[in-house]
Structure formats: structure tokens, C-alpha cells
Write a protein that binds this ligand. Structure first.
Ligand code: SF4
Length: 149
């Protein structure tokens, strides 16, 4: 398996925090933009269930590092709280509200729906080096893996 290398930034309004992020492959050259405020438990639960259902439906798997899965789920939940839609948390937007309304990057985004391409590594096809074997993640796993962020 390829080495996982951290290249993720946790942001407060795109500022980088001092907390070490979970690993993301470096070759993707991207930054995960996640919760600038803690998402509500309700939204995290909604997005957790959505992620489990969509992984099953699309025949994809969560990352071997559930910390990656957890961070993305919380990022989606934060956008659901603040924008009313689960805008992809792994991209930069000049106008988040407009993007959420437009819908292309609302999860599951168009690239995922059309080609099973999830650049957040939330949904991975079985042949992906970073795919685990799980299509489930518990709320405890999410809490544990993001408790120090
Ligand atoms: Fe982001 Fe698309 Fe993956 Fe959802 S499916 S997490 S919107 S890249």
C-alpha cells in the first residue's frame, strides 16, 4: 500500500490550525476544508447515515483511515448546518452559498454520481489503494477520531 501522507489543513475560515490532521495522499494536492464551527450532532448523524447508505448503494468503501471519513462527514454536516446543503468540504469556493444552491458539489457530487470519483476519499472503489473494507462508521468512531481537532 502506498504511504499515506498528511496534506490536509483544518481551517477556521480557511486558517490552518495547529492540530495534526489525519493522513491524505499527497498526490491529490488538495486541502480538506472542514468545520469552522462544530457541526450539530443531528447533522453529523444525518451525514453519517447518508454516507453509510450511499457507500452501500454505490458499492464503495470508506478509507482504511476512518479519521479521513470522519473529518469529511463532519465537514459535510457543518455545511448542512450553515448552508442548508452538504456542500463538498474538500474544495475552495469563492461563494459557498451560490455553490450550494447550484448543486454540482453537493454530496454526492456530480463526479461521484457519474464516475464514482470522490476526491475527498469518503467513497472509495474497492480497487483504490486507500479503500478499507467497511461501509459503516459509528458515531463513536467519528467522535473518537476527531476528538483532538
Ligand atoms: Fe465531496 Fe463528492 Fe466525495 Fe461527496 S462524493 S465528499 S461531494 S467529492
Amino acid at each position: 500500500m502506498k504511504a499515506l501522507q498528511a496534506s490536509t489543513s483544518y481551517s477556521v475560515g480557511f486558517g490552518i490550525s495547529s492540530v495534526a490532521p489525519p493522513p491524505i495522499p499527497s498526490h491529490h494536492h488538495r486541502h480538506l476544508i472542514v468545520a469552522k464551527v462544530e457541526p450539530t450532532e443531528k447533522s453529523v448523524e444525518v451525514m453519517r447515515k447518508f454516507s453509510e447508505q450511499y457507500a452501500r448503494r454505490s458499492g464503495t468503501y470508506f478509507c482504511v483511515d476512518k479519521g479521513v471519513t470522519s473529518v469529511v462527514i463532519k465537514g459535510l454536516a457543518e455545511h448542512k448546518d450553515t448552508l442548508g446543503a452538504p456542500l463538498c468540504p474538500c474544495r475552495h469556493y469563492d461563494d459557498k452559498a451560490a455553490e450550494a444552491q447550484q448543486g454540482f458539489w453537493n454530496c454526492p457530487c456530480v463526479p461521484m454520481r457519474e464516475r464514482k470519483e470522490c476526491h475527498c476519499m469518503l467513497f472509495l472503489t474497492a480497487d483504490n489503494d486507500f479503500a478499507g473494507q467497511d461501509q459503516t462508521i459509528s458515531s463513536e468512531e467519528i467522535k473518537e477520531s476527531t476528538s483532538n481537532m
